[in-house]
Design a protein around this ligand. Structure first.
Ligand SMILES: Nc1ncnc2c1ncn2[C@@H]1O[C@H](COP(=O)(O)OP(=O)(O)OP(=O)(O)O)[C@@H](O)[C@H]1O
Ligand SMILES: [Zn+2]
Length: 875
């Protein structure tokens, strides 16, 4: 029999840990609780074996096994192993990301007495209750009972308060509102399985016979209710143990008291089974002490069983069929190709290159329908912002109860609920953002990645995986078809199509033969010469905007920075106001006038957009005390203000991270756009993503090309994508669209190709550049960052690792660095980095693993060493 298991723990260490197993041997893929460095951690079993560890290694036992069988199947375990290896990430951290573990740490509220509550308690005790209240006298008494119970200052759980006083959650929340109570979250591990506990009458027939037909439950319970109600206060029903730990019933009916008989009769009356929660509620109402139930369980007359809980879907919504079009020829061909691949079976990757507004969503839906018809599930990944309520509505309209949504707005509980539904095979259409790639989908037949070029698929914390690339591997391990869709495919995916690794599907035309918008470049150098001053909006853009608004059409303006001014500079000493934590300029935010959206906006301040640090706006230069502070670089907030001056009649809306804080904000803004309540929208790149607003005929682009100056080999690709995507928002309805791009780089190929909607032309040129300098997709690379709060430490570690690279000379790998990272200090952390380039992935991986081994020996903490394989950000 196996005596040991290896456990992957969510710690930043590239290894697993051995534990001994008890009588219950966990299986691979199950979760266990184990002791680790003085705490208890939840990990996943990756191996069960008999090999004792080396001499002198003390092996601790597994504390508890949380899953009877593998929570993660073989496929998911293999995927986890692949992610860990490919991204040089600790397996335990990968597994933590795969499981909705945080959901298994249930959030419980506890209540504590507040100052106001204390006052009420003492005043009330002295004068009696005279306050006017909508509560019944009984409820008021209950409130006093709660305050009394909490008087000693200790917090108590809602459950305990209820059994002590009968106060329900509504009453408690009412008291929180009045500040009588303070509510706090208590994290507590609980059993992972989503179960409800049910009280079951053992040997039903015999008992019903013996208690006779005269008894019908709690109606005849203990006569002295008040007394029992007081006594039961301290019986905690949470402590009713699970039945299997108890001796079985003897078959002989023991002597029972009134209360016990009442419980038996109550259970008998409902057919022998009742949820423990409901039974407890009835006990309380009847004034029967909880201890009676405990006794019955101990005597084996009532068993407590666990039962899988039923799940309920969130609201569906959406009009049936509203988004189901007759597919056009190109769309049908695309669906046909995907369906044929599914029929053939096996792993087949596709790149769906379809221009903006070509109806890719309809293609996805049709393909998912085919998968469903064949009994297979589908997984659709969308970018962070892509899972809009409109999208969700379409999903529910098309697939109803089959849909599971996974996005960042879910509470841990909701996420767990969806996760388990998917795992049970109840939801076969899974839609979600990045981490949904790890959803435990069964019978996976089709994986779709929408807007595959989107950078939100890259996770910027460990494990630093790319959702798109994991999706492809996921499909491979499941023998599924995968479709990567975009109007601006990443160069990596395009190269894969060119090399024949991905089948290319093209949708070249917009739906209903709508034309792509005409794009016009506005040369801002000429504008400055002619206008003699620098305005955010060129005269041409103002004129076109006015004309479109006058015609009753809608306008979208991209101003890709949020805040009012992105730089505050001193005219006297030239110093910029920088963040205390980061070596970066702080952005000036104005206090907002009352927003028509009713969206709360913060007041006047300087804010660091990297770490969120805020400070008051200084009146003088912090360095030289000069009064001449100069605000530069217009952001979306300033844009909105200027638009209000220019177009006082317009119904202006703003979409950026200051106005869109939750999903509700986004929905509200989009609804108002669709309804025409907003006819002029200004915003950051959020406005460029996927929105399908038919009334928009004009798109203006301000400062989208400033990124061309960035020291990043993907700068041109990014600018091309942004220009193409934002242009794609124009002319999606009956009227044709127009785009005005304000630029200082009229001759740059990214700008010129975007203006011609020439993706293929752009890619051709960009590929040459990448090839000549050996950048992806012609090489693979990793960014290695050493971080420390202490400058000397970060510098010393990177120097040491630099020496190792020099001496080890990893074959086939070019090492650049060490150098100070472009953002050398971020959130108070100093950063030095290396960039590793290799022609082959194997060579890169070997070099990184060699380096990690050396770093461990040299005592560089693993958490100070960031390895970012296929990095997309080098700052
Ligand atoms: N066959 C069709 N006939 C008419 N309209 C269609 C058809 N298929 C889709 N549509 C509509 O065309 C619009 C654009 O579709 P969709 O949003 O899927 O485009 P897309 O290819 O994803 O574009 P983008 O890349 O810009 O996000 C939607 O309003 C959709 O309802
Ligand atoms: Zn900062």
């Amino acid at each position: 029999m196996s005596q040991f298991c290896d456990v992957a723990l969510p710690v930043p260490l590239d290894r697993t840990f051995i534990y001994s197993v008890g009588p219950v041997v966990p299986c691979v893929g199950a979760r266990v609780l184990v002791p680790f460095g003085g705490q208890r951690l939840m990990g996943v079993v990756v191996r069960v074996h008999d090999a004792p560890p080396g001499d002198g290694v003390e092996v601790k036992p597994v504390q508890s096994v949380m899953d009877d069988d593998a929570l993660l199947g073989e496929e998911m375990m293999r995927l986890a192993a692949w992610v860990a290896e490919y991204y040089c990430a600790p397996l335990g951290e990968v597994l933590r990301g795969m499981l909705p573990l945080s959901a298994e740490v249930k959030r419980q509220w506890t209540y504590r007495i507040g100052e106001a509550g204390r006052r009420v308690l003492y005043e009330g005790a002295a004068k009696g209750s005279s306050r006017r209240s909508r509560l019944t006298p009984e409820e008021q008494n209950r409130e006093y009972a709660v305050l009394n119970y909490l008087e000693n200052g200790e917090p108590a759980k809602a459950g305990a308060l209820r059994s002590a006083t009968g106060a329900n959650r509504g009453l408690l929340e009412g008291m929180v509102k009045k500040k009588w109570l303070v509510r706090e979250a208590l994290a507590e591990e609980r059993d992972a399985r989503r179960v409800v506990r049910v009280a079951v009458l053992v040997e039903l027939g015999m008992i019903v016979g013996s208690i006779g037909s005269g008894k019908a439950g709690f109606a005849d319970a203990h006569p002295n209710r008040d007394e029992t109600a007081m006594r039961m206060g301290h019986t905690n029903l949470e402590e009713v143990p699970a039945s299997e730990e108890l001796p079985a019933g003897t078959g002989r009916l023991p002597k029972l008291n009134e209360n016990q008989l009442a419980i038996m009769a109550e259970l008998a009356a409902v057919g022998g089974r009742l949820g423990v929660a409901e039974l407890k509620a009835r006990l309380i109402r009847a004034g029967v002490p909880g201890s009676s139930l405990v006794t019955l369980v101990k005597r084996g007359l009532v068993a407590i069983e666990e039962e899988a809980e039923g799940f309920h879907m969130g609201s569906g919504g959406g009009k049936k069929g509203a988004h189901e079009h007759l597919l056009n020829e190109e769309q049908m061909e695309a669906v046909g190709t995907i369906a044929a691949a599914m029929e053939k079976g096996g792993f087949r990757p596709h790149l769906l290159y379809g221009v903006t507004g070509s109806g890719k969503t309809a293609v996805y839906f049709a393909a998912m329908r085919r998968a469903l018809a064949a009994g297979r599930s589908s997984l659709l990944l969308v970018p962070e912002i892509g899972l809009t309520p409109a999208m969700a509505g379409q999903m529910f309209a098309a697939f109803g109860e089959e849909v599971a949504l996974l996005h960042s707005g879910l509470t841990p509980d909701e996420r767990a609920e969806q996760w388990h539904r998917i795992r049970r095979g109840e939801a076969r259409i899974v839609v979600g953002t990045r981490s949904a790639v790890f959803a435990p989908v069964r019978e996976l037949g089709l994986v779709i990645v929408d807007e595959e070029h989107d950078s939100s698929y890259k996770q910027e914390e460990s494990p630093r995986y790319h959702g798109r690339d994991v999706a492809v591997m996921r499909a491979k391990l499941s023998d599924a078809v995968v479709v990567l869709g975009s109007a601006t495919p990443s160069l990596e995916s395009w190269a894969n199509a060119e090399r024949g690794r991905y089948a290319l599907i093209e949708v070249t035309k917009r739906v209903a033969n709508r034309p792509l918008p005409v794009v016009e470049l506005v040369d801002m150098r000429a504008e400055f010469r002619e206008a003699g001053k620098e305005d955010i909006f060129s005269r041409r853009l103002v004129e076109e905007t006015r004309a479109a608004l006058d015609r009753g059409e809608q306008v979208i303006l991209l101003l890709n920075r949020r805040g009012y001014s992105s730089v505050v500079m001193c005219r006297s000493c030239g110093e910029k106001v920088e963040c205390e934590n980061c070596a970066l300029s702080m952005t000036y935010h104005r206090p907002a006038a009352d927003s028509p959206d009713g969206i709360a906006q913060p007041g006047q301040r300087l804010e660091c957009h990297f770490c969120g640090f805020r400070r008051r706006v200084p009146e003088n230069c912090p360095k030289c005390q000069s009064e001449h502070l100069y605000f530069m670089g217009a952001g979306s907030q300033q844009g909105e203000e200027k638009l209000q001056e220019l177009f006082p009649e317009a119904r202006i809306g703003r979409m950026d991270r200051d106005t869109v804080r939750g999903r509700g904000d986004m929905e509200r803004l989009l609804n108002r756009l669709h309804a025409g309540e907003i006819n002029l929208l200004v915003g950051t790149q959020m406005i460029a993503k996927g929105h399908d607003i038919h009334g928009v005929t004009l798109v203006g682009v301000i400062g989208a090309d400033y990124a061309l100056g960035m020291p990043d080999f993907r700068a041109a690709e990014r600018v091309f994508q942004l220009l193409t995507q934002v242009s794609g928002r124009a002319g999606r309805g009956d009227l044709p669209g127009k785009v005005l791009v304000q630029t200082y780089h009229t001759d740059h190929y990214a700008v010129k190709f975007a203006a011609k909607h020439d993706y293929v032309g752009f890619v051709g040129k960009e590929m040459q550049f990448r090839r000549s300098l050996q950048y992806p997709p012609f090489a693979v690379l990793a960014n290695v960052v050493l971080v420390s709060e202490k400058l000397e430490e970060a510098a010393a570690w990177s120097a040491e690792i630099g020496r190792w690279f020099k001496q080890a000379r990893p074959v086939g790998v070019k090492v650049l660095g060490p150098a100070a990272a472009p953002i050398v200090r971020l959130k108070r952390i100093y950063r030095f980095h290396f960039v590793l380039k290799a022609e082959r992935r194997r060579a890169l991986g070997d070099a990184l693993r060699g380096m990690l081994e050396f770093a461990a020996e040299a005592g560089v903490p693993r958490r100070s060493l960031i390895v970012d394989v296929d990095a997309i950000s080098f700052s």
